[in-house]
Design a protein around this ligand. Structure first.
Ligand SMILES: [Zn+2]
Length: 401
C-alpha cells in the first residue's frame, strides 16, 4: 500500500472509530439490548484486523455491518458506500446506499444525500435510467440538492449522447451563480451544441447549424471547435473571408490545433484563383511556421513554393525547415523530392526507403490525450478513454508534427 493509501485508511479508521463511539453512546436502551457492547467491540477489532492485514474492502464490509445507522453515524455509512464505489465495488455501494435510503425516520436532507450518492453508483454501473429517475426526484425548486442533481444529470445525458437534454440541464444549472462562470461547464456545453451542429451540417441544414453554433459561442466565445465548424459552414456557403477569419482565430489562439485548420485555411485563401490571395496565404504560412515550427506547416509551405517557384526552391525551403525543426515527415518528403534525380537500382532503393518511412509514420498515433495518455490516429474532441473534453492534441516531436 502506498503512503497516501496508508494515510487514507488511518483517517478512515479514525472516522469509523469516532462514528462507532458516537453510536455506542447514543444507542437507546431498547437498541442496546439487540447489540451488546461486546458485539460492537468484536466487530470493531475484526475490522481493525482487516485494515492491518491490508484488506480494506473486508474492513469496510465489517464496519458497515457493525455500525448502527442513526443520525450520528449516517455520514460515515454514506462515506463508506462511496468508498466502495471508488474502489470499483459498485454493486456493494448500491446495496449500502439502497439500504440507507430504505431506512425510515431519517431527516429528508439525509435522504437527498443518499439519492445523490446512489445515482452516482448507478452511473458508475451504467444504470443510467435509474440514475435519471432518482435525480429527477430532487429537482423541485426549493430543494438545496437540486443543483447537484442537475450537475449529475448533465453527466447522465452526456453519456447517453442526449445533447439537447444535456444543454437543457446546463441552462438550468447556470442560473445558479456558483455554476454561471464555471469555465469547464460552459466549454462542455459549447461542445454539446457543436455535436448537434455537426448532425445538422451532415444533413445540409445550414440555418439550423448556424443556430446551434451561435448558442455554442454564447457558452464559450473561445471555442475552437465552434470556430472550425463556422468556417466549414461559411466555406459551404461561399463566404471564404468569414471562414478565414474564424480559422485564423483558431490558429493564433489555439496553436496546438494549427494542423487541424490548415486544409480549410488553404481552401479559404485559394478558392478564388487570385494572385493576391496566394501571396497572403504564403505570408500567413510563413508567419505561422516561424511562430510554431512543425512538419505540417513546413510541408504545406514547401508545396506552395514548389507550385510557385519550382523544385529547386522547394528543396531549398525544405532543407532549411528540416534543419530548424527535424522530423521524420520532412525527411520522408525530402527523399521523395530526390526520387526523380535517381534511376535504376539507386532509385529502387530510395523508393523502398521512402515507402518504409511512410509505413512507419502511418503506424504511429497522431494524437495523445493530455489527461490519460490515450493515443489515436484521429482527433476526438472528447477522449474515448477518460471522457474529458479538449484533451487530445497532435503529438509533436521528430516522429510527430
Ligand atoms: Zn483521456
Amino acid at each position: 500500500m502506498t503512503e497516501s493509501g496508508i494515510t487514507f485508511y488511518l483517517w478512515l479508521l479514525v472516522a469509523v472509530a469516532a462514528g462507532w463511539l458516537l453510536a455506542r453512546y447514543s444507542i437507546k436502551p431498547a437498541r442496546r439490548s439487540r447489540r451488546t457492547t461486546s458485539d460492537i467491540y468484536h466487530d470493531y477489532f475484526v475490522g481493525l484486523n482487516y485494515l492491518l492485514r491490508d484488506e480494506p474492502d473486508e474492513a469496510v464490509d465489517t464496519f458497515i455491518r457493525g455500525l448502527e445507522v442513526n443520525g450520528d453515524t449516517f455520514e460515515t455509512h454514506l462515506a463508506l458506500g462511496t468508498l466502495l464505489r471508488r474502489r470499483g465495488k459498485v454493486d456493494k455501494a448500491i446495496t449500502v446506499h439502497q439500504d440507507l435510503l430504505a431506512r425510515s425516520g431519517l431527516p429528508s436532507e439525509f435522504g437527498d444525500s443518499v439519492r445523490l450518492e446512489l445515482s452516482n453508483d448507478y452511473i458508475a454501473a451504467g444504470l443510467l435510467d435509474r440514475a435519471e429517475r432518482l435525480l429527477k426526484e430532487l429537482l423541485s425548486d426549493d430543494n438545496p440538492s437540486r443543483w447537484d442533481a442537475l450537475a449529475q444529470l448533465v453527466t447522465v445525458y452526456q453519456i447517453e449522447k442526449e445533447w439537447a437534454q444535456a444543454i437543457e440541464m446546463v441552462d438550468q444549472l447556470i442560473q445558479n451563480s456558483r455554476y454561471r462562470r464555471e469555465k469547464t461547464l460552459r466549454s462542455v456545453a459549447a461542445h454539446y451544441c457543436c455535436e448537434l451542429a455537426e448532425q445538422s451540417l451532415a444533413s445540409d441544414n445550414l440555418d439550423q447549424t448556424r443556430e446551434y453554433l451561435r448558442k455554442a459561442f454564447q457558452y464559450d466565445r473561445g471555442s475552437a471547435r465552434t470556430s472550425m465548424l463556422i468556417a466549414g459552414v461559411e466555406l459551404k456557403s461561399g463566404n471564404p473571408e468569414r471562414a478565414r477569419k474564424e480559422l485564423l482565430r483558431v490558429a493564433y489562439s489555439h496553436p496546438k490545433l494549427i494542423t487541424e485548420v490548415i486544409p480549410a485555411l488553404r481552401k479559404s485563401y485559394l478558392t478564388q484563383a487570385d494572385d493576391k490571395r496566394i501571396v497572403e496565404w504564403k505570408k500567413t504560412l510563413t508567419k505561422l511556421l516561424n511562430d510554431h515550427p512543425g512538419s505540417t506547416l513546413l510541408l504545406e509551405l514547401v508545396q506552395l513554393v514548389r507550385e510557385q517557384e519550382g523544385e529547386a526552391a522547394a528543396e531549398q525551403r525544405l532543407a532549411e525547415g528540416l534543419q530548424q525543426h527535424p522530423s521524420l515527415k520532412a525527411c520522408q518528403a525530402m527523399l521523395q523530392l530526390q526520387l526523380d534525380n535517381f534511376s535504376g537500382e539507386s532509385r529502387r532503393f530510395l523508393k523502398i526507403s521512402v515507402e518504409t518511412l511512410q509505413n512507419y509514420l502511418e503506424s504511429k498515433p497522431g494524437y495523445r490525450c493530455e489527461q490519460c495518455g490515450f493515443e489515436t490516429r484521429k482527433l476526438y474532441w472528447q477522449c474515448p478513454s477518460c471522457q474529458k473534453w479538449d484533451q487530445l492534441n497532435p503529438i509533436r516531436g521528430a516522429e510527430g508534427d
